[in-house]
Ligand binder design. Structure first.
Ligand code: EPZ
Length: 447
């Protein structure tokens, strides 16, 4: 029984029950209903980054003992990762009201990720590196793709093989085994975040020096590196994008505060931008999203950045201008803000072009925006948006975490009511983001 809300304890698998105790509604809502809500105003805090906390939770398997994480968001993906760690034998206590997570990995008894968990959350693949490093084996159910792309794990597997890992497909399982991991010179043909993280974690306990060339260096990867260093790992980062790891005998459990979620910050800024309002995010880290902020400024929104890049304020223009951009690995425009940004560009004056270079099928939200009256055409990996005067509320379908957010943002500006199905996507990626938007003046009902 691992999740404590008030004086009640729940198992991680009781997600539905958990929701009713934490999100104060009786059953899992079918829709997010958004009324037109103009001129959002106010200040809100941020939660810990989903794409940092999931890999950090997996990395705790590298050290024997009890670690404590702060600023852990209460989202479905985090609860799923709690369930996975417990499946492997960890003792976990999660206090969502405090955003504190305690993980004791003393009694890990399994190295197998069952299909039931892998199917729900692809990030489960991130336990491979830690399990191989500490126990010499990892059996994972093969992660499927998802709607935004096939999302293979070939970069992970090719490079694990270079570290001496033998891989065998056995039915629906991929069985990985290494009597002794070997240090290696690993060259990523693409700066994959997951592959960088998995290989980095494996190398921390591998004797000798391992290099990861063309590594991903997103802020979430840097947060993982900070945690691993506090565990005793010996990691150096060399420009432009090489990570060097000197393996050590053992790592120690730690206490760590997860970085703020730059994707939540970007979504909140866009909610204020599209409604002509203003917002202050005192905990946002501007340096985590400078290209994104540049594009907001080019649209005509006023952006103010706090001392040392801490804190971002946006005051929206009433005449937003079209802008164009390509998504790219950090420090480029983050692909996870592509759909939310497209919502704002639907109402910008002029023509915008979005070039999606990271995933091969990440325009599923276009069809939904078109239902709302947006003028968008797709040509290969480019979406061409011609700004319109109005969007109209209607029923739309969220197809992934970030499209659910994009449709909520569009619904804030659209005339009438927008009913968004796919609430489970919203719950996977955010901790009650609807409450923050309502605090700013948004009219949202979960039902
Ligand atoms: C991480 O996914 C994030 N997830 C994604 O966020 C994010 O969109 C993505 O990075 C890109 O920024 C987490 O951190 C949990 P990649 P990941 O490996 O690691 C291809 C969200 O909404 N590729 O950098 O899976 C892959 O198909 C999610 O929060 C291979 O071909 O992303 C994709 O086209 C969505 N072979 C590209 O590389 C591989 O072995 C980038 O993937 C690995 C990846």
């Amino acid at each position: 029984m691992s999740i404590v809300i008030g004086n009640k304890q729940f198992a991680a698998q009781e997600w539905q029950t958990l929701q009713s105790h934490f999100f104060s509604h009786d059953v899992d809502p079918e829709f997010i209903c958004v009324e037109q809500s103009l001129d959002l105003q106010g200040e809100v805090s941020l939660v810990g980054a989903k794409n940092a906390v999931l890999v950090i939770m997996a990395s705790l398997l590298l050290a024997e003992g009890k670690s404590v994480l702060h600023n852990v968001p209460f989202s479905a993906d985090v609860v799923q990762m709690v369930a996975l760690l417990e499946e492997l034998g960890a003792q976990v206590m999660f206090y969502p009201e405090l955003n504190v997570l305690e993980v004791d990995t003393t009694n890990i008894g399994s190295c197998q990720v069952p299909p039931s968990i892998m199917k729900k959350m692809r990030a489960s693949v991130l336990v491979m590196g830690p399990l191989l490093a500490r126990f010499g084996k990892a059996d994972i159910a093969l992660p499927g793709g998802c709607l935004i792309g096939a999302r293979p794990i070939d970069f992970h597997l090719k490079n694990f093989a270079k570290m001496g890992v033998s891989l065998e497909v056995d039915g629906e399982f991929l069985r990985a085994h290494a009597a002794q991991l070997k240090c290696a010179n690993l060259i990523l043909e693409y700066p994959s975040i997951g592959a960088t993280e998995n290989l980095l974690m494996a190398a921390t306990l591998t004797q000798g020096k391992t290099r990861i060339v063309n590594a991903a260096l997103e802020p979430e990867v840097i947060d993982l590196i900070a945690l691993l260093r506090s565990m005793g790992a010996r990691i150096t980062v060399h420009a432009p994008a090489t990570i060097e790891i000197e393996g050590v005998e053992q790592l120690r459990p730690v206490e760590h505060t997860v970085m703020m979620d730059r994707l939540e910050a970007g979504s909140l800024l866009l909610a204020a931008a599209i409604t002509g309002g203003s917002i202050r995010l005192p905990h946002a880290v501007a340096t985590d999203m400078e290209v994104f902020l540049l594009k907001l400024q080019e649209m005509g929104h006023e952006i103010e950045i706090g001392v040392n890049g801490r804190g971002v304020t946006l005051c929206a223009t009433k005449q937003p201008q079209a802008v164009s951009f390509a998504t790219a690995p950090y420090p480029g425009f983050p692909t996870d803000l592509q759909a939310p940004m497209m919502a704002a560009l639907c109402l910008a004056q002029g023509k915008s072009v979005i070039h999606e270079t990271v995933f091969e099928n990440r325009f599923l939200h276009v069809r939904e925006f078109q239902k709302m009256g947006a003028q968008i055409s797709i040509e290969g990996d480019r979406a061409k948006i011609t700004g319109v005067e109005e969007l109209y509320g209607t029923s739309v379908i969220a197809t992934d975490i970030r499209s659910s957010c994009a449709l909520v943002i569009a619904g804030l500006a659209a005339k009438g009511t927008t009913a968004i199905t796919g609430v489970h996507h919203w719950r996977r990626g955010y901790q009650a983001l609807e409450k923050k938007l309502m605090h700013l003046g948004a009219k949202i009902v979960m039902n």
